[in-house]
Design a binder for this molecule. Structure first.
Ligand code: C2E
Ligand code: MG
Ligand code: MG
Ligand code: MG
Length: 292
Protein backbone atom coordinates (compact mmCIF):
# COMPACT_ATOMS: atom_id res chain seq x y z
CA UNK A 1 0.00 0.00 0.00
CA UNK A 2 1.13 3.49 -0.90
CA UNK A 3 1.33 4.86 2.64
CA UNK A 4 3.50 2.00 3.79
CA UNK A 5 5.70 2.43 0.73
CA UNK A 6 6.07 6.13 1.43
CA UNK A 7 6.98 5.39 5.02
CA UNK A 8 9.60 2.89 3.94
CA UNK A 9 10.96 5.22 1.27
CA UNK A 10 11.38 8.03 3.78
CA UNK A 11 12.90 5.77 6.38
CA UNK A 12 15.55 4.41 4.04
CA UNK A 13 16.54 7.57 2.21
CA UNK A 14 16.58 8.50 -1.44
CA UNK A 15 17.98 5.20 -2.69
CA UNK A 16 14.59 3.72 -2.30
CA UNK A 17 12.91 6.18 -4.63
CA UNK A 18 12.64 3.62 -7.37
CA UNK A 19 11.03 1.12 -5.05
CA UNK A 20 8.55 3.78 -4.06
CA UNK A 21 7.44 4.60 -7.61
CA UNK A 22 7.25 0.90 -8.44
CA UNK A 23 4.91 0.42 -5.52
CA UNK A 24 2.75 3.32 -6.66
CA UNK A 25 2.44 1.81 -10.13
CA UNK A 26 1.29 -1.42 -8.59
CA UNK A 27 -1.28 0.46 -6.62
CA UNK A 28 -2.60 2.23 -9.70
CA UNK A 29 -2.72 -1.09 -11.53
CA UNK A 30 -4.58 -2.69 -8.67
CA UNK A 31 -7.06 0.13 -8.66
CA UNK A 32 -7.85 -0.46 -12.31
CA UNK A 33 -8.33 -4.17 -11.67
CA UNK A 34 -10.57 -3.44 -8.73
CA UNK A 35 -12.58 -0.92 -10.71
CA UNK A 36 -13.06 -3.39 -13.54
CA UNK A 37 -14.26 -6.12 -11.21
CA UNK A 38 -16.57 -3.72 -9.38
CA UNK A 39 -18.12 -2.78 -12.71
CA UNK A 40 -18.58 -6.48 -13.43
CA UNK A 41 -20.07 -7.03 -9.97
CA UNK A 42 -22.77 -4.51 -10.77
CA UNK A 43 -23.54 -6.18 -14.12
CA UNK A 44 -23.53 -9.68 -12.68
CA UNK A 45 -25.61 -8.82 -9.65
CA UNK A 46 -22.88 -9.57 -7.13
CA UNK A 47 -23.86 -6.53 -5.08
CA UNK A 48 -26.32 -7.21 -2.27
CA UNK A 49 -28.17 -5.21 0.32
CA UNK A 50 -28.33 -6.18 3.95
CA UNK A 51 -30.90 -4.63 6.27
CA UNK A 52 -30.53 -3.45 9.85
CA UNK A 53 -33.59 -2.77 12.01
CA UNK A 54 -34.36 0.67 13.41
CA UNK A 55 -36.21 0.53 16.73
CA UNK A 56 -38.62 3.04 18.23
CA UNK A 57 -37.45 3.82 21.76
CA UNK A 58 -41.03 4.71 22.67
CA UNK A 59 -42.48 1.22 22.25
CA UNK A 60 -39.62 -1.02 21.14
CA UNK A 61 -41.14 -1.78 17.75
CA UNK A 62 -39.15 -2.14 14.54
CA UNK A 63 -40.16 0.92 12.54
CA UNK A 64 -37.61 0.92 9.79
CA UNK A 65 -34.60 -0.64 8.15
CA UNK A 66 -31.35 0.78 6.87
CA UNK A 67 -30.14 -0.75 3.62
CA UNK A 68 -26.38 -1.39 3.68
CA UNK A 69 -24.52 -2.52 0.57
CA UNK A 70 -22.06 -5.43 0.41
CA UNK A 71 -20.08 -6.85 -2.47
CA UNK A 72 -20.51 -10.59 -2.64
CA UNK A 73 -17.18 -11.37 -4.29
CA UNK A 74 -16.85 -14.83 -5.90
CA UNK A 75 -13.39 -15.42 -4.33
CA UNK A 76 -13.14 -12.99 -1.44
CA UNK A 77 -16.62 -13.36 0.04
CA UNK A 78 -18.56 -10.43 1.47
CA UNK A 79 -16.67 -7.15 1.10
CA UNK A 80 -17.84 -4.26 3.33
CA UNK A 81 -18.77 -0.90 1.76
CA UNK A 82 -15.86 1.05 3.25
CA UNK A 83 -13.54 -1.01 1.04
CA UNK A 84 -15.20 -0.19 -2.29
CA UNK A 85 -17.52 2.82 -1.96
CA UNK A 86 -14.60 5.32 -1.96
CA UNK A 87 -13.32 3.79 -5.21
CA UNK A 88 -16.83 3.82 -6.65
CA UNK A 89 -17.05 7.51 -5.79
CA UNK A 90 -13.72 8.35 -7.43
CA UNK A 91 -14.46 6.37 -10.59
CA UNK A 92 -18.05 7.56 -11.03
CA UNK A 93 -19.36 4.00 -10.62
CA UNK A 94 -21.26 5.25 -7.59
CA UNK A 95 -23.90 6.67 -9.94
CA UNK A 96 -25.07 3.35 -11.44
CA UNK A 97 -24.42 1.60 -8.09
CA UNK A 98 -26.40 4.26 -6.23
CA UNK A 99 -29.30 3.91 -8.65
CA UNK A 100 -29.25 0.16 -8.19
CA UNK A 101 -29.29 0.58 -4.39
CA UNK A 102 -32.24 2.96 -4.57
CA UNK A 103 -34.27 0.64 -6.79
CA UNK A 104 -33.43 -2.55 -4.90
CA UNK A 105 -34.15 -1.02 -1.48
CA UNK A 106 -37.44 0.57 -2.56
CA UNK A 107 -38.56 -2.66 -4.22
CA UNK A 108 -37.71 -4.67 -1.10
CA UNK A 109 -39.53 -2.24 1.21
CA UNK A 110 -42.61 -2.28 -0.98
CA UNK A 111 -42.57 -6.07 -1.02
CA UNK A 112 -42.42 -6.18 2.80
CA UNK A 113 -45.30 -3.74 3.04
CA UNK A 114 -47.28 -5.80 0.51
CA UNK A 115 -46.93 -8.96 2.59
CA UNK A 116 -48.08 -7.09 5.70
CA UNK A 117 -44.89 -6.34 7.63
CA UNK A 118 -45.33 -3.07 9.54
CA UNK A 119 -42.28 -1.35 8.02
CA UNK A 120 -42.68 2.43 8.04
CA UNK A 121 -39.38 3.49 6.51
CA UNK A 122 -36.54 2.25 4.43
CA UNK A 123 -33.34 4.29 4.88
CA UNK A 124 -30.88 4.47 1.98
CA UNK A 125 -27.36 5.93 2.13
CA UNK A 126 -26.60 8.50 -0.55
CA UNK A 127 -23.13 9.60 -1.58
CA UNK A 128 -22.36 13.29 -2.00
CA UNK A 129 -21.31 12.45 -5.57
CA UNK A 130 -24.89 11.39 -6.36
CA UNK A 131 -26.23 14.70 -5.13
CA UNK A 132 -23.56 16.77 -6.85
CA UNK A 133 -23.01 14.97 -10.15
CA UNK A 134 -26.37 13.50 -11.02
CA UNK A 135 -30.02 14.40 -10.95
CA UNK A 136 -30.83 12.75 -7.65
CA UNK A 137 -34.45 13.89 -7.77
CA UNK A 138 -35.01 12.06 -11.06
CA UNK A 139 -33.23 8.95 -9.79
CA UNK A 140 -35.37 8.86 -6.66
CA UNK A 141 -38.60 9.44 -8.58
CA UNK A 142 -37.68 6.62 -10.94
CA UNK A 143 -37.02 4.22 -8.06
CA UNK A 144 -40.31 5.17 -6.39
CA UNK A 145 -42.32 4.76 -9.60
CA UNK A 146 -40.69 1.50 -10.48
CA UNK A 147 -41.23 0.02 -7.01
CA UNK A 148 -44.60 1.72 -6.32
CA UNK A 149 -43.25 2.68 -2.88
CA UNK A 150 -44.73 5.79 -1.24
CA UNK A 151 -42.25 8.65 -1.03
CA UNK A 152 -43.14 8.91 2.68
CA UNK A 153 -41.65 5.45 3.21
CA UNK A 154 -38.23 6.48 1.89
CA UNK A 155 -35.54 8.21 3.88
CA UNK A 156 -32.18 9.25 2.45
CA UNK A 157 -29.08 9.44 4.65
CA UNK A 158 -26.29 11.87 3.86
CA UNK A 159 -23.21 12.25 6.03
CA UNK A 160 -22.66 15.45 7.91
CA UNK A 161 -19.24 15.93 6.31
CA UNK A 162 -20.74 15.71 2.80
CA UNK A 163 -23.35 18.31 3.62
CA UNK A 164 -20.80 20.67 5.11
CA UNK A 165 -18.52 20.60 2.12
CA UNK A 166 -21.16 21.21 -0.50
CA UNK A 167 -22.87 24.46 -1.15
CA UNK A 168 -26.18 25.95 -2.16
CA UNK A 169 -26.76 23.59 -5.06
CA UNK A 170 -26.73 20.56 -2.77
CA UNK A 171 -29.22 22.22 -0.48
CA UNK A 172 -31.49 23.01 -3.45
CA UNK A 173 -31.36 19.35 -4.58
CA UNK A 174 -32.23 18.15 -1.10
CA UNK A 175 -35.10 20.62 -0.87
CA UNK A 176 -36.52 19.27 -4.14
CA UNK A 177 -36.47 15.76 -2.66
CA UNK A 178 -38.41 16.88 0.35
CA UNK A 179 -41.10 18.51 -1.78
CA UNK A 180 -42.02 15.04 -3.09
CA UNK A 181 -42.28 13.71 0.48
CA UNK A 182 -38.96 11.90 0.95
CA UNK A 183 -37.35 12.38 4.37
CA UNK A 184 -33.71 13.30 4.87
CA UNK A 185 -31.34 12.32 7.67
CA UNK A 186 -27.85 13.54 8.51
CA UNK A 187 -25.66 10.49 9.05
CA UNK A 188 -22.65 10.31 11.40
CA UNK A 189 -23.79 13.47 13.13
CA UNK A 190 -21.40 15.03 15.64
CA UNK A 191 -18.25 14.30 13.65
CA UNK A 192 -18.40 17.29 11.31
CA UNK A 193 -18.72 20.33 13.55
CA UNK A 194 -21.92 21.76 12.02
CA UNK A 195 -23.06 24.90 13.77
CA UNK A 196 -26.56 25.35 15.03
CA UNK A 197 -27.27 28.14 12.55
CA UNK A 198 -26.09 25.93 9.71
CA UNK A 199 -28.30 23.06 10.82
CA UNK A 200 -31.29 25.35 10.93
CA UNK A 201 -30.89 26.11 7.21
CA UNK A 202 -30.69 22.47 6.14
CA UNK A 203 -33.82 20.74 4.82
CA UNK A 204 -33.62 17.73 7.13
CA UNK A 205 -35.88 15.58 9.29
CA UNK A 206 -33.52 13.48 11.38
CA UNK A 207 -30.11 13.46 12.99
CA UNK A 208 -28.27 10.19 13.38
CA UNK A 209 -25.82 10.50 16.25
CA UNK A 210 -22.50 8.94 15.28
CA UNK A 211 -21.75 5.70 17.06
CA UNK A 212 -18.46 7.07 18.43
CA UNK A 213 -20.52 9.04 21.00
CA UNK A 214 -22.83 6.14 21.82
CA UNK A 215 -20.01 3.77 22.57
CA UNK A 216 -18.93 5.42 25.82
CA UNK A 217 -22.16 7.25 26.54
CA UNK A 218 -23.13 5.43 29.70
CA UNK A 219 -19.67 5.72 31.27
CA UNK A 220 -18.08 8.87 29.79
CA UNK A 221 -19.56 12.13 31.08
CA UNK A 222 -18.40 14.13 28.08
CA UNK A 223 -20.01 11.79 25.56
CA UNK A 224 -23.17 11.73 27.64
CA UNK A 225 -23.21 15.54 27.64
CA UNK A 226 -22.74 15.66 23.87
CA UNK A 227 -25.61 13.24 23.32
CA UNK A 228 -27.85 15.19 25.68
CA UNK A 229 -27.00 18.41 23.83
CA UNK A 230 -27.62 16.88 20.37
CA UNK A 231 -31.01 15.56 21.48
CA UNK A 232 -32.04 18.91 23.00
CA UNK A 233 -30.82 20.87 19.99
CA UNK A 234 -32.41 18.47 17.49
CA UNK A 235 -35.73 18.43 19.26
CA UNK A 236 -35.78 22.22 19.44
CA UNK A 237 -35.43 22.21 15.63
CA UNK A 238 -38.27 19.63 15.36
CA UNK A 239 -35.87 16.89 14.28
CA UNK A 240 -36.13 13.23 15.23
CA UNK A 241 -33.00 11.77 16.79
CA UNK A 242 -31.61 8.36 15.87
CA UNK A 243 -28.74 6.77 17.78
CA UNK A 244 -26.47 4.45 15.80
CA UNK A 245 -24.15 1.76 17.08
CA UNK A 246 -26.15 0.77 20.17
CA UNK A 247 -24.53 -2.43 21.42
CA UNK A 248 -25.66 -2.88 25.01
CA UNK A 249 -28.82 -2.83 27.06
CA UNK A 250 -27.25 -0.14 29.23
CA UNK A 251 -26.74 2.16 26.23
CA UNK A 252 -30.26 1.46 25.06
CA UNK A 253 -31.79 2.34 28.43
CA UNK A 254 -29.64 5.44 28.74
CA UNK A 255 -30.74 6.76 25.32
CA UNK A 256 -34.35 6.04 26.14
CA UNK A 257 -34.06 8.05 29.37
CA UNK A 258 -32.57 10.98 27.44
CA UNK A 259 -35.56 11.02 25.09
CA UNK A 260 -33.82 9.72 21.99
CA UNK A 261 -36.49 8.70 19.44
CA UNK A 262 -35.02 5.82 17.47
CA UNK A 263 -32.08 3.46 17.92
CA UNK A 264 -30.09 1.13 15.73
CA UNK A 265 -27.22 -1.22 16.55
CA UNK A 266 -26.02 -4.75 17.17
CA UNK A 267 -28.01 -4.87 20.43
CA UNK A 268 -31.27 -4.90 18.43
CA UNK A 269 -29.96 -6.61 15.33
CA UNK A 270 -27.04 -6.74 12.94
CA UNK A 271 -27.43 -5.99 9.25
CA UNK A 272 -28.78 -9.22 7.69
CA UNK A 273 -29.98 -10.44 4.26
CA UNK A 274 -33.58 -9.59 3.34
CA UNK A 275 -35.12 -12.98 4.16
CA UNK A 276 -33.53 -12.98 7.59
CA UNK A 277 -34.68 -9.42 8.23
CA UNK A 278 -38.30 -10.36 7.57
CA UNK A 279 -38.09 -12.99 10.32
CA UNK A 280 -37.22 -10.30 12.90
CA UNK A 281 -40.85 -9.22 12.75
CA UNK A 282 -42.10 -12.52 14.09
CA UNK A 283 -43.01 -12.71 17.83
CA UNK A 284 -39.88 -14.66 18.81
CA UNK A 285 -37.54 -11.70 18.24
CA UNK A 286 -36.11 -11.97 21.74
CA UNK A 287 -34.97 -15.56 21.28
CA UNK A 288 -33.20 -14.62 18.12
CA UNK A 289 -31.36 -11.75 19.77
CA UNK A 290 -29.59 -14.26 22.01
CA UNK A 291 -28.20 -16.14 19.04
CA UNK A 292 -26.37 -13.25 17.34
P1 C2E B 1 -23.42 4.20 8.06
O1 C2E B 1 -24.46 4.61 7.10
O2 C2E B 1 -23.11 5.11 9.18
O3 C2E B 1 -23.88 2.76 8.55
C1 C2E B 1 -23.67 2.25 9.83
C2 C2E B 1 -22.53 1.28 9.87
O4 C2E B 1 -22.33 0.85 11.22
C3 C2E B 1 -22.75 0.02 9.07
O5 C2E B 1 -21.50 -0.44 8.59
C4 C2E B 1 -23.29 -0.94 10.14
O6 C2E B 1 -23.10 -2.31 9.80
C5 C2E B 1 -22.47 -0.55 11.32
N1 C2E B 1 -23.12 -0.84 12.59
C6 C2E B 1 -24.43 -0.92 12.85
N2 C2E B 1 -24.67 -1.17 14.15
C7 C2E B 1 -23.46 -1.25 14.76
C8 C2E B 1 -23.04 -1.48 16.11
O7 C2E B 1 -23.82 -1.67 17.03
N3 C2E B 1 -21.67 -1.45 16.34
C9 C2E B 1 -20.79 -1.24 15.34
N4 C2E B 1 -19.48 -1.26 15.67
N5 C2E B 1 -21.16 -1.00 14.06
C10 C2E B 1 -22.47 -1.01 13.77
P2 C2E B 1 -21.31 -0.91 7.09
O8 C2E B 1 -22.51 -1.70 6.66
O9 C2E B 1 -19.96 -1.54 6.98
O10 C2E B 1 -21.35 0.45 6.29
C11 C2E B 1 -20.35 1.41 6.44
C12 C2E B 1 -20.67 2.69 5.71
O11 C2E B 1 -20.72 2.47 4.30
C13 C2E B 1 -22.06 3.23 6.04
O12 C2E B 1 -22.03 3.92 7.28
C14 C2E B 1 -22.31 4.14 4.86
O13 C2E B 1 -21.67 5.38 5.04
C15 C2E B 1 -21.61 3.39 3.73
N6 C2E B 1 -22.64 2.68 2.94
C16 C2E B 1 -23.26 1.51 3.20
N7 C2E B 1 -24.15 1.19 2.23
C17 C2E B 1 -24.09 2.21 1.33
C18 C2E B 1 -24.77 2.48 0.09
O14 C2E B 1 -25.66 1.74 -0.37
N8 C2E B 1 -24.42 3.63 -0.58
C19 C2E B 1 -23.47 4.50 -0.07
N9 C2E B 1 -23.18 5.61 -0.79
N10 C2E B 1 -22.82 4.28 1.07
C20 C2E B 1 -23.12 3.14 1.77
MG1 MG C 1 -26.26 5.36 7.18
MG1 MG D 1 -23.66 6.45 10.34
MG1 MG E 1 -20.53 5.89 8.69
Amino acid sequence: NADAAMYRAKGHGRDNFQFYTQELTNTAFERILLETSLRRALDEEDLVLHYQPQISLIDGRIIGAEALIRWNHPDMGLIPPNRFIPLAEESGLILPIGNWVLEAACEQARYWQDIGLPLEKIAVNISGVQVLRSNILEAVKRALNYSRLDAQSLELEITESTLMHEGGQTIASLESLRTIGVELAIDDFGTGYSSLSYLKRLPIDRLKIDRAFIHEAAVDNNDAAIIRAIIAMGHSLQLKIVAEGVETEQQSRFLQELGCDVAQGYYYGRPVPADEFARLFSPSTDDRREES
